[in-house]
Design a protein around this ligand. Structure first.
Ligand SMILES: Nc1ncnc2c1ncn2[C@@H]1O[C@H](COP(=O)(O)OP(=O)(O)OP(=O)(O)O)[C@@H](O)[C@H]1O
Ligand SMILES: [Mg+2]
Length: 269
């Protein structure tokens, strides 16, 4: 489902009034249009994860408004937003039940909003899960009864991606979900990400430190620095960009530098 995410004047300061006071989000105004797949770059501590956490409702923001498909979710509790927002993080185990099978994890995600007993996976669901798992090309369709905890990092991220999207969320937030994987597996998980996002047409934001990923995936790239969005690039300008151009654009618009990870992992397109 394609939805619009509208952030207006979002600010968040941590540990206000102490020596450790930190302005993590500084008056962010941003709209992701229905079907946008936005890649998000930034220096360490730029506020990228904080922005996601604000949208997820992990804390309330100090100022501003968050609208999802026109609905004001600014003050909604996290679990009330969760139905509309799928998310995936760097740690492949976050958000999954390692002692439950792939099938049970998927059923839990699929029936999250109903009173359905997810432990009893019915035949129709099992067939559906098998079908969607087979599209990943990771052989998981034959491992429905395998416990999540024994899968490799890449298999877990691929399965988690399905869990995050199987209930067709309005919005998908990916926070460096390929960062802990080896390069070949990361490529594969990125390809799967593109495939799922395109198939389900979910409005998506993906944080990455990899410049080529930032350009290869999605239709739009934003960069954050010091709690602000410092650029927002799409269309022809983005099409013409190389990873080096992106680094240059960041340098020209930011106070902080991109961390070493970024430059070291940059690959030619
Ligand atoms: N719960 C918290 N309490 C206090 N400070 C926090 C909290 N969460 C984040 N911060 C601070 O807010 C700033 C932004 O952090 P955030 O995690 O959003 O950065 P990031 O852009 O995701 O960086 P990275 O690339 O390292 O993941 C940092 O200075 C961080 O230390
Ligand atoms: Mg982060």
């Amino acid at each position: 489902m394609s939805s619009r995410l509208e952030l207006t004047g979002i600010s968040k300061t941590f540990q206000k009034g102490t020596l450790n006071e930190k302005v993590a989000l500084d008056n962010i105004t941003f709209t992701a249009n229905p079907g946008d797949f936005v890649t998000v770059l930034g220096s360490n501590g730029a506020g990228k994860s904080t922005l996601f956490n604000a949208v997820l409702g992990i804390f309330l923001t100090d100022k501003g408004r968050i609208l999802l498909d026109g609905e004001d979710i600014t003050f909604k509790k996290q679990h009330k937003r969760a139905g509309g927002i799928g998310c995936l993080f760097q740690n492949p185990l976050r958000g999954t039940a390692p002692n439950m099978t792939i099938e049970e994890n998927l059923a839990l995600a699929y029936h999250r909003h109903s009173s359905y007993s997810f432990f009893a996976v019915n035949r129709r669901d099992a067939d559906y899960f098998k079908e969607v798992l087979s599209t990943l090309g990771m052989g998981l369709e034959n491992r429905l009864k395998t416990k999540m905890g024994v899968l490799s990092g890449g298999q877990r991220q691929a399965a988690s991606l399905l869990m995050a999207t199987v209930a067709r969320p309005k919005l998908l937030l990916l926070d460096e979900h390929t960062a802990s994987l080896d390069p070949a597996t990361a490529e594969k998980v990125l390809a799967i990400t593109k495939q799922i996002v395109e198939r389900e047409k979910i409005t998506t934001l993906m944080i990455t430190h990899d410049m080529s990923y930032a350009l290869n995936a999605g239709n739009r790239t934003i960069a954050m620095d010091g709690g602000r969005i410092v650029f927002d690039i799409s269309g022809e300008r983005r099409e013409a960009m190389t990873p080096d151009d992106l680094i240059k654009a960041f340098r020209e618009n930011s106070v902080n530098s991109l961390d070493d990870r970024t430059v070291l992992t940059k690959k030619p397109l």
